[in-house]
Structures are given as C-alpha cells and as structure tokens.
Design a protein around this ligand. Structure first.
Ligand code: ADP
Ligand code: MG
Length: 331
C-alpha cells in the first residue's frame, strides 16, 4: 500500500491512477504499486519496446488541446509504433513531470483528470494496462510526459521497415492529411474543440492507432515491410525506402484524402506531407491478397516499390521527385 493517511500531491495522484488503471492478467503479472512491474511474455514471443516524449509547447498547447486529447495522444503515439511492427500491446509506463504546485490548484487537478481520462480510455479500448511510471515536479512551467510502450509478437514475425523489395505494392490504411488539417482548425478556433471525443472525425486530437490492422498484416503474413505515418507520408516513405535500399513510385490520384483535408487549398500537399496521421504505410508482394479494409479501416494501394533509391510521384502520367517534406507543425 502507498499510505494509509490522506495525502495530496504526487502520492494522491499515483493512488488515483492506480485505482483507475486497467488491470489484466496474462502477460502483466504485477502492475502499479511495487518498485517494478513484472511482465511474463507468452512462450515464444519477443518483447518490443518504444518510447515517446509528449512535451508542452512542442507536442501540445494547453490553450489549444483539451487535456483528454493530450493524454490520448501521449499513449496513441507509442501504440502506433507497436501497430507498425504488428505487435500486441502488453503494458504502458508513464513518466510525468508537472509544474510545482500544479495539483494544488483546481485548474491543475481538472487538467490532470482530463489527461488521465483520455489516456486511460484509450488504454481500455486497446487492452493496454498502465503498469507503472514516475511522477516528479518539473523544473519549469511546462508539463512533460514520456511514455514507454511494451508489446509482444511471436518470435521473429514482427514487421520491419527494412524488408521491402522491388516489385512490392505500396499501401496505406485509413486516410491522409486529416491530422494536419484538424490542427490548423484547432489553432484558429481552439474553443470549438473543447468537447471533442475520440473518433475518426478527430485525426489530430484523437488519432486511433491501427493496432488491429498491424496485427492482422503480421499474422496473415501479408506485409513485406511497414512503418507508421507519424512524420508525413513523404518522410516516412523515405525512411522505409532507405532502410530497405529501394525506391518507390507514389500515384497522386490514388492517395486516400481525409474529409477534413478535402476542404483545404492544396489537398495533394496535405496528403503527401501532413504529419501525425498515425496510419500504417506498408508493402506487400503482388501475390498477397491484401483486403480492401481491415476491421472497418480502409486499405488503399497507392504505388509500388522499385529498384534504386529514387522516390517519384506520378501525376497524370508525369513523374517528379517526391521530396521528404514531412510537415513540421508550428507548435
Ligand atoms: P519509487 O520511488 O520506488 O520509484 P514511486 O513512488 O515513484 O516508487 O511509484 C510507486 C508506484 O507508482 C510504482 O509502481 C510506479 O510504477 C507507479 N507510478 C508512479 N508514477 C506513475 C505514473 N505517472 N503513472 C503510472 N504509474 C506510476
Ligand atoms: Mg519512482
């Protein structure tokens, strides 16, 4: 037990998180409350680990993002990395630094409540127990979070960036450019988004990591390589091609555009370079029977992998170099 007496601050926070965190048997033998969590992966499984910062002023703004969105996105970024490799989530660990005195103020308490509402709702939805973390007071006024995600996959079956081959076809899940479009709307009208809840309609505030799609692609042996689209299609395709030692052709007309992007001036630029969509970009040999949707998430063929190192955009029969111009958001 933490302490029998009523307390405030760090201990109260940990206690309430401990009460609310999802508990699962199976791989997680021991969660929040001891010095370490204890994980027991299923026999024959590898453990996959990823870590992501969520820093106020860089990844979110308290005056733009609802706290629940910050919590959701914090977990979603790590889950998307697991999805990209076809892993199943095992547990999450959260290190959180809050400005001194934050939890003594009503606004701070409300914020942290909203943050954990968002984070734990996605944890619940994806079967990802929050199994530990650390809580500290930040040296400055910014909220800082770091999430560690642990996942598992049957030994040697994980999807990688480095295994695409010339002749493979290129696919993307879901739709592109929605997150960048929604962020622009958010910057212009933050008050409009105060009550937003997770759905495909909020690709920036509440991206839904493609865990089912990633695991299905891995299990069925469909994908030859995969990456998640966190920095923008052009930049993440570059990563995949560099790691695999191949080039690619992307067909402009084939790109699935998010409805929020459809209203913008340059939809092609948004689809190619808009960041943070957290879709999966993957390759599969032409013989693979890639479904047109996985659990309701569309899968679209957008091009092919070729010999060499060039990445080209084909539009109306014309080819031009596709430069990696992953969209850096103005936070
Ligand atoms: P120690 O000082 O031994 O590291 P702590 O007091 O930091 O212990 O943590 C007590 C328990 O609460 C541990 O199981 C730890 O993993 C968990 N914990 C602390 N902070 C968080 C957090 N932000 N989110 C989830 N679990 C946390
Ligand atoms: Mg600690």
């Amino acid at each position: 037990m933490l302490r029998a007496v009523p307390h405030t601050g760090e201990l109260a926070l940990i206690q309430s998180v401990r009460e609310r965190a999802v508990r699962r048997g199976g791989t997680l033998r021991l969660g929040i409350g001891d010095d370490c969590a204890v994980l027991r992966p299923p026999a024959g499984h590898d453990i996959l680990v990823t870590t992501d910062f969520t820093l106020e002023g860089r990844h979110f703004r308290r005056d733009w993002h609802p706290a629940s969105s910050v919590g959701h996105r914090c977990l979603a970024r790590g889950l998307s990395d697991l999805a990209a490799m076809g892993a199943a989530p095992v547990s999450a660990f959260l290190s959180l630094a809050l400005p001194a005195g934050f939890l003594q103020k009503a606004a701070g308490k409300r914020w942290i409540d909203g943050f954990f509402n968002g984070l734990l709702a996605l944890a619940d939805r994806t079967g990802t127990p929050l199994a530990g973390g650390d809580t500290a007071s930040a040296p400055g006024d910014a909220i800082l979070a770091d999430i560690v995600l642990v996942g598992s996959a049957p030994r040697g079956t994980e999807l990688r960036r480095s295994t695409a081959r010339a002749g493979d076809l290129l696919y993307v899940t879901g739709a592109l450019g929605g997150a960048a479009s929604e962020l622009a709307l958010l910057a212009a009208h933050p008050s409009r988004f105060v009550k937003a809840v997770p759905s495909e309609d909020h690709p920036h505030l509440f991206p839904l990591p493609r865990l089912q799609a990633g695991q299905r692609l891995r299990r069925a042996g469909l994908a030859s390589a995969a990456i998640d689209v966190s920095d923008g299609l052009s930049t993440d395709l570059r990563h995949l091609c560099e790691e695999s030692g191949v080039g690619a052709i992307v067909r402009a007309d084939a790109l699935p555009l998010h409805p929020l992007l459809a209203k913008s001036k340059d939809t092609l630029q948004g689809a190619l370079h808009g960041g943070e969509d957290y879709e999966l970009l993957f390759t599969a040999p032409p013989s693979a029977r890639v479904p047109s949707s996985i659990r309701g998430v569309p899968v679209t063929e957008i091009g092919e992998i070729v010999d060499g190192t060039e990445i080209l955009l084909e539009k109306n029969g014309q080819f031009s170099p596709l430069l990696a111009r992953g969209w850096e958001h103005a936070l």
